[in-house]
Design a protein around this ligand. Structure first.
Ligand SMILES: [Zn+2]
Length: 276
């Protein structure tokens, strides 16, 4: 079973508070709270959004601010990055918990291993913070990033999840496609991703994955912009849904196209026919 829903407040809806009921009415299953430009939700609103999400059967996740770099060269930038993650996580926790997604870091001309060590150390510190605050309903979700300059390729986020408790890989299929120059052509290219997650992280990685989907424009450096479904068919959505339907993979696909909720409904419509 897959769950489908938008990144942020769906089109046609005025606020996060209204979103859960709206999503249920149009037939969607989940929503990612967007803190990408700052964590501006009050505690009271977070609790209320969570209550309404529960009442309407909507699963929540959140996306932390864009400016995170856990491997920044200046300490104050690292501290700020950690605050963005903990700030996002605490609001999501008040809303009932789920996956807190973030873009982990930039290489800044350093190699993968070096940056991995820095990111790992800071995520362990975030885990310590969660423990201190007695927050047990949050999973930390480093996202597969779309630019080649950004740390966060598939093996890197899988290894973070393997080595650090409480961490899950968040695959953004469009980002993977873009940073590898248009690699996804069909079902077998998606299978590579799911097989890698299952091999390293076990069954739970394919029975409760969290992911992002959009189509995408890209250059040699990686992502340029997210595109609506069926604009350039890069990457193609149908083989992904087919692979999940055929193998019984379960998880969440958040739509990050410009038409978030409408494209979620399109994806869900296609998937339901395949999964029948
Ligand atoms: Zn993202």
């Amino acid at each position: 079973m897959l769950k489908f829903g938008p990144a942020g407040v769906p089109i046609g809806c005025s606020s996060s508070l209204e979103a859960p009921q709206f999503l249920k009415q149009i037939g969607l299953d989940c929503m990612e709270l967007e803190f990408v430009r700052g964590v501006n939700m009050s505690d009271k609103t977070a609790v209320e959004v969570g209550k309404r999400a529960k009442e309407n059967g909507i699963t929540l996740s959140c996306h932390a601010p864009y400016w995170i770099n856990l491997a920044a060269k200046e300490r104050h930038k690292v501290v700020r990055s950690i605050e963005f993650i903990t700030g996002s996580a605490s609001k999501l926790s008040l809303a009932g918990g789920g996956v807190a997604v973030f873009h982990p870091a930039f290489y800044l001309s350093r190699n993968s291993e070096g940056v991995f060590k820095l990111v790992k150390k800071e995520l362990e510190a975030v885990n310590g913070w969660l423990e201190d605050k007695k927050i047990s309903n949050i999973l930390l979700g480093p996202e597969l990033t779309g630019k080649k300059s950004a740390f966060g390729d598939l093996p890197e986020i899988i290894m973070l999840a393997k080595e650090i408790p409480n961490v899950v890989p968040v695959v953004d299929f469009a980002h993977y496609h873009a940073r590898h120059g248009g690699i996804i052509k069909g079902e077998k290219d998606y299978a590579v991703i799911f097989d890698a997650m299952e091999k390293e992280l076990g069954k739970k990685a394919i029975s409760s994955f969290h992911s992002h989907f959009s189509e995408i424009r890209y250059s040699k450096a990686g992502e340029l912009s997210h595109m609506p479904l069926f604009s350039n068919n890069e990457p193609p959505i149908r083989p992904l849904l087919k692979l999940c339907a055929e193998n019984g993979y379960s998880g969440t696909i958040i739509s990050e196209t410009p038409y978030t909720s409408e494209d979620s409904l399109r994806m869900k419509g296609i998937y339901e026919k395949m999964a029948r």
